[in-house]
Design a protein around this ligand. Structure first.
Ligand code: NAG
Ligand code: NAG
Ligand code: NAG
Ligand code: NAG
Ligand code: NAG
Ligand code: NAG
Length: 500
């Protein structure tokens, strides 16, 4: 039961229909309109019981605690509109003259809405015998703001002393309810907001956008977005920022060598407004005789000479100011090929190609060496007679000096003679650790080779090429001389061993 009752109350509240012994007055829960528009304030008498007599209907405006009559309808006397509302209020279903018409629906139409119309409106039925029945509607009046953005000055000047300035103002005037202003831009800056409440209930929002004007802010877009009642308005400006020239000198590639032709320097300036004049000078002395100044370009006539060296300065001037760029030119005797080459504006080490070429040719040489080694090994296996006492030549692998092509086929590393031969022991000791230290700098870091810097081979086989090989072997003459004795046939024996 309680639940049913509460449902009823809820329904009645929703319909804004106060209950009174079966008679009620039905109105809209609320109504709103913009300034200048027309609204209908509906009012209907509902009667579910015995017929009652409607004696009079009175519309009242209720504002700031006071009630003011708006319109009265009487079944016998007709309709009366109070002077303040005479021009703008009409009964929707009743005419001024008509009497005896039904007063069941006393909806009024309010045109040309004003902000001052915002109030609560009461529709009151005077009946017999039931007494008074009334209801109320709140009328809200909205005012659409006028919105616009203005640039503070058409031209903004970026000064050297960087201070903040307002560049644009976004205004949303006399809105009700108030609008919200936001800024959309890539510019770095701050927005300030100011809110003014007008006596008529509207609100004016003003927002300034402040930046420190700079070269970077030129041509930037600044957009103001005003949100009013979930509607969005936006307005954009493109900034025109004037700044003094930003100067750099192009044309010197660090490679001005004697007799080079057609060199020039160009003064590149970024400026707003455009540069009106360029002035070239040399920091120490006067410009070389054979240069021609053509607007922002310095053309050097004839081949490069040492006279071209110096610090060149270009002054570029526009209406905002003058700024300089400078380049230090030095002239070299020869082209500067090794370090850098300018390629598509990017510097690339030229040496990388050379390195790769070197690597490739090194690999080719290595392959040839391996092939020859295999060939040599096969041949040797066929011809070796196994006479270990034959006099042996000793040669290190000095031939493997970096970058040099082996002068003869590589000897197999594993071709060690068995330890049972005295000669072999000597040979091993001769070239033991320390004996050839001086030659280490010639090795290209191959530790395998360092450990075994020599090979012994059959005399007959090595005959053809051992002389050349040994030339490398004995390079560090002085070091060998201390404890080595050269044999006439080119082999080496340690002095120690020799004298034992
Ligand atoms: C509301 O009423 C008070 C006093 O009753 C008055 O001082 C005030 O000005 C009124 N406000 C408006 C907006 O009429
Ligand atoms: C109408 O406005 C008055 C104050 O202006 C408020 O107290 C009341 O709740 C409002 N009624 C409705 C139905 O919004
Ligand atoms: C509200 O007041 C402001 C300033 O007093 C005025 O400019 C504006 O037109 C007024 N708005 C309306 C809708 O009367
Ligand atoms: C210019 O160069 C000359 C010679 O190098 C030097 O003696 C002189 O001091 C320089 N003058 C200036 C202003 O740099
Ligand atoms: C120099 O600049 C002016 C204007 O910018 C142009 O009319 C003239 O042709 C230029 N002169 C040369 C030699 O480039
Ligand atoms: C020439 O100038 C460049 C930089 O401008 C500098 O790196 C270079 O060392 C200079 N060479 C000589 C020979 O002064």
């Amino acid at each position: 039961m309680a639940r049913q009752a509460s449902s009823w109350i809820l329904l009645l509240v929703l319909m804004n229909t106060p209950v009174g012994n079966g008679q009620s007055v039905e109105m809209d829960p609320e109504i709103s309109g913009f300034v200048g528009s027309t609204v209908e304030l509906s009012c209907r008498f509902l009667n579910s019981k015995n017929p009652v007599k409607i004696s009079q209907v009175t519309w009242q405006k209720f504002f700031n605690g006071t009630k003011q009559n708006v319109a009265i309808a009487n079944p016998a006397l007709g309709v009366s509109l109070l002077p303040a509302f005479k021009d703008r209020v009409t009964f929707k279903h009743l005419s001024m003259s008509q009497t005896d018409s039904s007063l069941e629906d006393t909806t009024i139409v309010l045109s040309n809405l004003r902000l001052s119309d915002e109030a609560a409106y009461i529709c009151e039925y005077t009946t017999f015998p039931a007494g008074n029945r009334e209801n109320m509607v709140n009328l809200t009046v909205y005012a659409r703001p006028t919105t616009h953005m203005t640039l503070t000055t058409p031209i903004i000047i970026a000064r050297a002393q960087k201070h903040k300035m307002t560049v644009a103002t976004c205004l949303s005037a006399n809105g009700k309810p108030p609008s919200v202003i936001k800024w959309d831009t890539k510019l770095k800056g701050q927005a300030t907001f100011q809110e003014t409440r007008n006596p008529n209930g509207t609100v004016t929002i003003r927002s300034n956008y402040e930046i420190v004007p700079s070269r970077e802010s030129h041509r930037q877009k600044l957009t103001c977005i005003v949100t009013y009642n979930s509607e969005h308005f936006s307005d954009s400006v493109i900034l025109n920022v004037q700044y003094e020239p930003e100067v750099k000198i192009e044309g010197f590639d660090g490679n001005w060598y004697l007799d080079r032709q057609d060199v020039k320097l160009t003064c590149e300036a970024d400026a707003n407004p455009a540069v009106t004049g360029y002035h070239w000078k040399l920091s120490n002395g006067s410009l070389p005789k054979n240069v021609e100044i053509r607007n922002n370009t310095l053309l050097f006539k004839g081949p490069v000479t040492y006279d071209f060296s110096g610090t060149y300065i270009c002054d570029a001037t526009n209406s905002i100011g003058t700024r300089s760029g400078l380049v230090e030119v030095n002239v070299t005797e020869f082209p500067n090929h090794v370090i850098h080459r300018v390629d598509n504006g990017q510097e690339q080490p030229i040496s990388s190609a050379a390195i790769w070429g070197g690597v490739v040719s090194g690999v080719v040489v290595l392959i040839i060496g391996v092939v020859l080694l295999i060939y040599f090994l096969r041949r040797r296996q066929r011809t070796f007679k196994g006479d270990y006492s034959t006099k042996k030549h000793v040669y290190g692998n000095g031939y493997s000096k970096a970058g040099s092509v082996p002068a003869h086929p590589t000897v197999p590393k594993n071709l060690q003679y068995p330890d049972d031969s005295d000669d072999e022991k000597k040979a091993t000791q001769i070239s033991g650790p320390g004996a050839f230290e001086g030659t280490e700098r010639d090795f290209d870091g191959n530790s395998e080779d360092l450990k075994r810097p020599y090979f012994t081979v059959d005399e007959g086989e090595s005959h053809d090429y051992d002389e050349r090989t040994l030339a490398f072997q004995y390079e560090p003459e002085s070091e060998i001389a201390d404890d080595m004795v050269s044999q006439t046939d080119g082999s080496v024996i340690s002095k120690k061993e020799w004298y034992v």
